[in-house]
Design a protein around this ligand. Sequence first.
Ligand SMILES: Cc1cc2nc3c(=O)[nH]c(=O)nc-3n(C[C@H](O)[C@H](O)[C@H](O)COP(=O)(O)OP(=O)(O)OC[C@H]3O[C@@H](n4cnc5c(N)ncnc54)[C@H](O)[C@@H]3O)c2cc1C
Length: 345
Amino acid sequence: MTGELVNYNSLGVSSMADELRVVTSEDQLREIVVRTTSTNVPLTVLGGGTNVVLRKHLRGLVVVLGLKGIRSLPEGVEVVRLTAAAGENWHHLVRYSLGRGWYGLENLALIPGTVGAAPIQNIGAYGVELAERFVSLRAMDRRDGSIREFDRASCQFAYRDSLFKPKEHSPENSADVDRYIILDVTLLLSRQPRPILGYPEVKRELMNLGVTQPTPTQVAEAVIRIRRRKLPDPANCGNVGSFFKNPLVDEMFARNLLSRESELRTYPAERRMVKLSAAQLIDLCGFKGERRGRVGVWRRQPLVFVNLGLATGEDFLSLAEEVQQKVFARYEVTLQIEPRVLGEP
Ligand SMILES: Cc1cc2nc3c(=O)[nH]c(=O)nc-3n(C[C@H](O)[C@H](O)[C@H](O)COP(=O)(O)OP(=O)(O)OC[C@H]3O[C@@H](n4cnc5c(N)ncnc54)[C@H](O)[C@@H]3O)c2cc1C
């Protein structure tokens, strides 16, 4: 049975899969994995569809992961191990843990999508990345349906990246990309509140709320307020959050760039790299609030592209190309698309 995917992606674009299944058990998933592998049918996994750009047609079978369940294991008085199934909603997990006095996820409040997709690009926001709370994950190997466990080191987490995300310098179909379907994720949370307030925006929001010694729940509230103000709600206005990653450049390149373009903001990153603000580069190229037919650049955050009504994946990709070309022509910086582009035109 063919499947329309318009309700399964937050850009709200129409896309047709040859077959669509919602899977609620590991046994069902294994049966599908074994069948599609033995018959060479392409298999695409979707969680909440909040980090994908779908082209018109997805060949083969699209599986939406609906695996549910959260369990916890106390580890001494200080910490708790929390395991959540891939199909659980991420923000629900953040609220669930805060409600029980288990802290560490508050800065990651209101990130849309599922728990299973969180390790794919090592979700991060307001000074915290998933990797910092991560213990392990269980995944199904598509080659034979076997289950494998990955610890933090083997996931190779980096900024918006992991072993599971295709790399721009290696072909999409390289050996390990898409090989594993994440089944559940285990995190280590603390019973001791240790609010992370390094991000000036969060501090400012808390000050505006009159809070000087915030609890983790108040940090989450501040993050939620900032996000609601800054980002369009995908339920009302199709988007995938940031359309591009913040570019990482080496220190020498950054120094040269700053000598020409002194207004650019830079942030120190790992391995002597420097992070630039993709939003600022796009803004300075004059794209804020721009519209191109059925898609546009969000006026309050130029890193976000929005569906103005009946847009297609191709509309988004052609706006992305225009932005990439202009940013490169002015700054010689290549913007990389953050969401995964799936399917064919
Ligand atoms: C308004 C908005 C704000 C956002 N803000 C942030 C932010 O602050 N920080 C951030 O990091 N991200 C952000 N995002 C991006 C997005 O929320 C995250 O990347 C999220 O983890 C995607 O989850 P998902 O379930 O929707 O994944 P999907 O979009 O369904 O899938 C993304 C990719 O992961 C693969 N995948 C999904 N589930 C699995 C699985 N179980 N096993 C194997 N592969 C899988 C898919 O095949 C696809 O390639 C934002 C998105 C929106 C719409």
